[in-house]
Design a protein around this ligand. Structure first.
Ligand SMILES: [Zn+2]
Length: 231
């Protein structure tokens, strides 16, 4: 095989290596990345705390209702016990009972209001919990998929590196050095020639250059310096 064809093959391997390396960088960037899950977890915990606070409020409001009811029962028990004959004292007890009834009514309203809020937040916590579970599962699957994909790219890369070493050991050292030098400066070191034009820079090549290049000798484009290759 001529040296230019070998360099062209080397370039193909280098491009494949480059894209494998880029894919690996992307995969590594996405491994361990779980910002969306962390945000969902934080929101879930926050809503759980809100629920606990509301449940405490509900408990306190219910306790208040019970306390007022007990107090009212004891006032009414005294009122109807027959032990009190004094009309003024009875009127006072009646007044106290009315006050307690009104406060109990207010406390009951508060309890209902808090219970409604508890129910709403409970529903939200439950929805957030299922959403979080789904996200965590998805994230785990994604991580496993990325790890497997990363492994595949690592194997591909190792195979390409092996191919590259083998190919390079067969190519003239000086030609490899020229290739590497152009590659560093221009990324693509070997340019194909089509219809007398260097595909690297688009210039029309002279007849002399074309004749030299056709012989599979290492000829560089007079304009861009790339190694000319007839496919
Ligand atoms: Zn050129």
């Amino acid at each position: 095989m001529g040296v230019v064809r070998q360099l062209y093959q080397l370039q193909e391997i280098d491009f494949e290596l480059e894209s494998a390396e880029q894919a690996l960088v992307q995969i590594e960037g996405r491994l361990g990345e779980n910002q969306a899950v962390v945000t969902a977890q934080e929101e879930f915990v926050m809503e759980q705390r809100r629920l606990e606070e509301l449940q405490r409020q509900q408990h306190a409001a219910e306790g208040e209702v019970d306390k007022l009811a007990a107090k009212l029962a004891s006032v009414e028990e005294e009122m109807y016990s027959g032990r009190i004959g004094n009309p003024k004292e009875l009127a006072n007890l009646q007044h106290e009972a009315d006050g307690l009834k009104s406060r109990r009514g207010q406390a009951e309203d508060r309890t209902l209001e808090v219970m409604e809020r508890v129910a709403a937040v409970e529903a939200r916590v439950s929805a957030l919990g299922s959403e979080l579970g789904r996200m965590e599962e998805e994230w785990n699957d994604e991580q496993l998929r990325l790890e497997a994909e990363g492994e595949r790219y690592k194997e591909l890369k190792a195979g390409l590196e092996q191919q590259r070493r083998q190919l390079i050991s067969d190519i003239d050292e000086e030609a490899v050095a020229i290739y590497e030098d152009i590659r560093r400066r221009k990324n693509r070191a070997v340019a194909s020639v089509e219809q007398g034009i260097c595909r690297g820079c688009g210039i029309s090549l002279s007849t002399t250059q074309l004749q030299q290049a056709k012989g599979d000798r290492l000829v560089q484009c007079s304009s861009c310096g790339r190694i000319l290759f007839f496919a």
